[in-house]
Ligand binder design. Structure first.
Ligand SMILES: NC(=O)c1ccc[n+]([C@@H]2O[C@H](COP(=O)([O-])OP(=O)(O)OC[C@H]3O[C@@H](n4cnc5c(N)ncnc54)[C@H](OP(=O)(O)O)[C@@H]3O)[C@@H](O)[C@H]2O)c1
Length: 386
């Protein structure tokens, strides 16, 4: 074996070790709370590639993952180590000092990270590390870390929460029968999937049309009817009054009502309440308004093998007057749920610079990782009267 072969093999071993450690860092990241701050994990590897410390971020005001990991080693144990982090080490002083400086001071030799920090204030950590002579490798295991940070990244880029619009439709594109009944177009597996996704959202939004037609509870429930531990804040959009007997009034979190005349402003206010993931459950009029305004990051369509005909279409006017203005989507995933097909898609241009969603960005990005997340169960001025 030549020296070159040996070098190649050790490079291969090293990158396989980096990837394994990144998988572990991602597991650690998931331990952190979901909120205005990102979920980040970190692992320190010795020069021989063994894990010497682990850390994760526990929310606003607490040490970042790298610093948490560094706090677990003593003396110069981090000297020559490799830091594996799911998000680029930050370069700014918020409530805690810059992680890039902490890694430099600890004598770390290499830094491997998954996702670039897009923050105007916090970004630039990789550059700072390189300028101190540290070897930096970016984008290792990026897809998985990006998926975990998706809504946080949306808030950083667009200054508003991540918005998913969901609807169930017949194979011929209808969201309800002619009399307005729509429960249930899809089967139990699809409905269970919706409830699971509701539990992962911070807010669930419906228009008054849906509220009055379907009287939804807007809770996230398991198939046995029990509530998931985490519940989305219910938001009703529209001017019509919410009836006293409406089931949403029994939701564990107080509902919020908004007139809906300024959806970007509504999203801005939800963000200020610490809401990062908004799940819009229709109906067709409100879903179309979000789509028309370019405020949608993800579309979930549950397609049932049934035909309804009639004029209750799943979407209304999207502002597409000519085929050149069509809203192309990119399909991220498809899944068969019982007899129904779930299609997960996103605006095709979302990753580009000139996307409808970007143009509709409402507020300047917040200072990443500096915010706090007010309890979602706190009432706001917009709370309903219950
Ligand atoms: N298949 C499905 O997935 C699904 C899901 C939900 C509902 N549905 C069905 O859809 C039907 C209800 O449809 P819908 O379209 O009337 O309900 P909707 O979209 O829930 O409500 C529409 C209402 O929202 C209010 N609104 C507030 N802001 C708005 C804005 N920016 N743009 C437009 N509207 C705004 C308006 O009410 P105000 O006059 O009060 O301001 C408007 O009339 C029912 O038959 C229901 O069963 C189906």
């Amino acid at each position: 074996m030549t020296g070159a072969d040996e070098h190649e093999r050790s490079e291969g071993d090293r990158s396989a070790g980096d990837e394994r450690a990144m998988t572990r860092a991602l597991e650690l990241a998931r331990r952190g709370p979901r909120g205005l701050n990102p979920q980040v994990g970190a692992v320190l590897l010795s020069p021989a590639g063994e894990i010497i410390a682990e850390g994760w971020h526990r929310g606003a005001g607490t040490p970042h993952a790298e610093v948490d990991a560094l706090s677990k080693v003593t003396g110069d144990a981090a000297h020559g180590a490799t830091a594996i982090v799911t998000l680029e080490p930050c370069n700014h002083t918020g409530r805690t000092g810059p992680c890039a400086e902490a890694l430099i001071d600890a004598g770390v030799a290499r830094v491997v990270y998954a996702v670039d920090d897009p923050g105007a204030l916090s970004g630039g950590g990789a550059e700072r590390l390189r300028s101190a002579g540290i070897e930096v490798t970016a984008h290792v295991g990026e897809a998985d870390s990006r998926a975990l940070l998706d809504s946080w990244l949306t808030v950083q880029r667009l200054g508003r929460p991540h918005v998913t619009v969901k609807w169930a439709q017949s194979l011929d594109g209808r969201a309800a029968a002619s009399d307005g009944t729509s429960q249930w177009i899809t089967g139990p597996a699809a409905r269970a999937d919706v409830h699971m996704r509701r539990a992962e959202a911070d807010a669930v939004v419906v228009g008054t049309g849906t509220l009055l037609a379907d009287d939804p509870a807007l809770t996230a429930r398991r198939t046995d009817g029990t509530l998931y531990e985490t519940q989305p804040r219910p938001v009703v959009v529209g001017t019509r009054a919410v009836p006293q007997e409406a089931r949403v009034r029994a939701h564990p979190l107080p509902f919020m009502q908004d007139e809906g005349d300024d959806l970007p402003d509504l999203l801005g206010r939800l963000r200020e309440l610490g809401i990062q993931r908004v799940f819009v459950e229709g109906g067709p009029t409100l879903a179309s308004a979000f789509l028309r305004a370019g405020l949608v990051d993800e579309v979930l369509v549950y397609v049932a093998p049934t035909l309804l005909g009639g004029d209750r279409l799943a979407t209304g006017d999207l502002g597409v007057a000519t085929i050149g203005a069509q809203r192309r989507l990119r399909v991220d995933a498809t899944e068969l749920l019982g007899d129904d097909l779930l299609i997960v898609a996103r605006p095709a241009l979302r990753d580009g610079l000139d996307t409808p969603a970007l143009r509709a960005g409402t507020r300047p990005p917040v200072d990443p990782r500096a915010g706090t997340r007010p309890p979602v169960d706190g009432r706001s001025a917009d709370d309903g009267e219950d």
